[in-house]
Design a binder for this molecule. Sequence first.
Ligand code: HEM
Length: 123
Amino acid sequence: MAAALVQDYSIEDVHLPAGSLVLVSPFVTQRDARYFPRPLRFDPERWTSRSQSGPPPYAYFPFSGGPRSCLGEHLALDSKCCSSWATIAQRWRLRIVPGYPLELLPLISLRPKYGMRMRPEPR
Ligand code: HEM
């Protein structure tokens, strides 16, 4: 996410003049162990109410934050997408096709450059 400052702004000892382009990167934030303990570990529990220390506000911001944040956030999170994946994952294990190239393509959103060709295996 990016925004241009409309006035001078300081964060600790960093001083930014008006017009500066400020970028915030979910890729960086979500790999910061201060906010996401053991960030590279696949740990779905970190998102559940059982988690003792979920990420603090604004550490996870796919829907932006503040007064202009996404109006569809809850619809998106409750959507068919989540329930479809939960249903599929109960019956199938998806594995990347061996040797398939995995490269990141950082645009406005981060995505796999060549997609991810998966092979379903029954559980
Ligand atoms: C995974 C799905 C989605 C993601 C990641 C997403 C993300 C975002 C982001 C990053 C913004 C920009 C907020 C800003 O300007 O700071 C936004 C705005 C917005 N989104 Fe979404 N969105 C999603 C789904 C949806 C859905 C399903 C709807 C409606 C049904 C929706 C409606 C809106 C609207 C109306 C705004 C403009 C809010 C405003 O400017 O006040 N979004 N969304």
